[in-house]
Design a protein around this ligand. Structure first.
Ligand code: N0T
Length: 537
């Protein structure tokens, strides 16, 4: 039987990842933490831009802000470091009672060197750019530039040393992203002289052990011999992963925070095929997670940035990035309303956290990638969901780590979905409204107003054998006996609406009954938290 699980414990230790039975937890102050995060815009990393960020963070009810720290701003003059922005950020984060994830925009920000200091940008001799097959310079800095690595690493280490000095006691910063959406657009790899020489070397054993060769590939040998048509992409992935490893390792030697990389995804619904300019080659796409694990052991997580709103793609991406060797963490997703429902699916799968991108009232919108809105209306759909989770965030994180949680997001097909729980099964249907059973509604062709676009979602935790904490919106839930309860008639013992207090105690506000329970548990546009207890007779 499942024990009723509510106890909370806390100690002070550095944030770190823990692992148990193939599941992961991000430990913050000694207990599992779920990041209900948001990310600021790319140019909001200045004291003058922060005001517009904090008001959006507040409206989003986020517990964590992801925000860049640019190499160009901490080392504008070589060897002279300026952490005034970082200090302002830390002070304001503490005032706002929000944790931070710092994004190290160094050698590559979306593969581009735009965030490196000027003294790096234009010195191709010392900081070589990749060259293409014809020997022409590309925009992208080479991952084989030894001086570039040394300089990026030195700046990153200086940042981590500073964080240790000013933040170790409070641990406002809980995680660090190394570079941003790395890889190279339009070029499979570096074709310079050094790259050519390394390309013909044997594939390292650590890579062979984690990254399978395609059919026909040799068991060992050069990159081309082992990986055939995938060799250019895989070699480039290895070169970038190793570069990132050297930066992360040096940073963690100074101050050991969890570190991760994020990915501009390739389409997971397309059959796997060699790179042909359809994604950033060398980035941590799902097909090369093994190479990143082999080459970058100081990177804890490879996370997908979700920017395709299509529900099938979202599901396929979550499945590909959640692996026994890789925790699920969604460092970015679009800030359009359609993405809000995915929070339920992501957190239900036991993710370390999720952060919509561009929750920031700066006068900028990345529409059509995300929302066209830049005010409260953009933050609110996420704020409503996070607000429901916030009072129980530590409990939720613990339940997720214990494998008690499940979640669904409404599919673009609007079809009902089924969840297999312990001794119960749950059907989640959409567009139903609050009154009338399914047949009656179908006869009347009645769809609930406000459900024209898919935006339903449910996450739940099985806290005891017959008890669930449910949070969700725009969905109808029906439980049915399964396992030892299979075939038995059942009914609700209680459907309590309420919340958890600061001590983790459930506070009931009311019990749903009559119309509010006769047609399933009907969640409206306003997310609620329910404690549902079932019984059989
Ligand atoms: C993201 C953001 C920011 C299906 C875009 C997404 C952020 C970076 N890049 O606003 O630049 O720093 O990580 C790339 C999505 C590509 C288009 C995919 C279409």
């Amino acid at each position: 039987t499942l024990s009723c699980s509510v106890a909370l414990a806390a100690t002070s230790s550095l944030p770190h990842l823990e692992q148990k039975d193939g599941r992961y937890a991000l430990m913050v102050d000694g207990a599992p933490f779920v990041m209900l995060g948001v990310q600021a815009h790319n140019s909001s990393n200045y004291p003058g831009a922060l005001k517009q960020v904090w008001s959006a963070v507040k409206d989003a009810h986020a517990n964590t802000l992801e925000i860049p720290v640019a190499w160009e701003q901490i080392e504008a003059v070589e060897g002279k470091f300026d952490f005034s922005y970082v200090d302002t950020l830390l002070a304001q984060a503490r005032q706002n009672k929000v944790r931070l994830v710092l994004l190290w925009f160094g050698t590559w920000k979306n593969t581009n060197p735009q965030y490196v200091p000027e003294w790096v940008k234009f010195n191709n001799q010392r900081f070589p750019r990749m060259v293409d097959k014809d020997g022409k310079l590309t925009y992208c800095l080479s991952p084989l530039g030894a001086e570039t690595l040394k300089a990026d690493q030195r700046a990153f280490v200086a940042l981590m040393r500073h964080l240790k000095e000013v933040d170790q006691a409070q641990r406002s910063v809980i995680m660090v992203q190394v570079e941003n959406e790395v890889g190279t657009y339009g070029h499979a790899r570096d074709f310079g002289a050094q790259a050519e020489a390394e390309f013909n070397q044997p594939v390292p054993a650590a890579v062979l052990a984690r990254q399978k060769a395609p059919a026909g590939g040799a068991a060992s040998g050069s990159w081309a011999e082992v990986y055939g048509p995938y060799a250019d992409q895989y070699f480039h992935s290895y070169a970038i992963a190793r570069y990132i490893e050297d930066i992360a390792k040096a940073g963690r030697a100074v101050y050991d925070l969890p570190m991760y990389v994020n990915n501009a995804l390739r389409n997971p619904l397309e059959a796997l095929a060699p790179w042909k300019s359809n994604f950033a080659s060398g980035g941590p796409t799902y097909d090369v997670i093994g190479i990143y694990k082999a080459a970058a052991p100081h990177i804890d997580v490879v996370g997908p940035d979700l920017y395709a709103p299509d529900s099938q793609q979202v599901t396929a991406n979550l499945e590909r990035f959640q692996r026994p060797d890789n925790a699920l963490f969604v460092p970015e997703m679009g800030n359009a309303t359609a993405y809000a429902r995915y929070i339920y699916q992501i957190l239900g799968r036991g993710a370390l956290g999720v952060a919509p991108f561009g929750i920031d009232y700066a006068d900028y919108s990345n529409y059509p990638l995300g929302s066209p809105l830049t005010d409260k209306r953009m933050a609110e759909p996420f704020g409503q969901v996070f607000a429901a989770f916030r009072p129980m965030e530590r409990l939720w994180a613990k339940w997720a780590y214990e494998g008690r949680t499940h979640g669904v997001a409404e599919g673009d097909d609007r079809a009902p979905q089924h969840l297999a729980l312990k001794n119960w099964k749950l059907t989640v249907a959409f567009r139903m409204g609050q009154f009338g059973d399914e047949d009656w509604l179908a006869q009347r062709k009645e769809m609930a107003p406000g459900t024209e676009q898919p935006n339903g979602g449910v996450a739940l935790a099985q806290t005891c054998d017959n008890e669930f904490i449910v949070v969700g919106q725009r969905a109808r839930l029906r439980f049915e006996g399964d396992g030892v309860n299979a075939g038995k008639p059942s009914m609700y013992a209680r459907i309590e609406e309420g919340h958890f207090d600061a001590a983790g105690k459930w506070i009931m506000e009311r019990n749903w009954n009559g119309d509010q329970a006769d047609y399933g548990i009907n969640l409206t546009a306003r997310p609620v938290v329910l404690r549902v207890k079932l019984g059989t007779y």
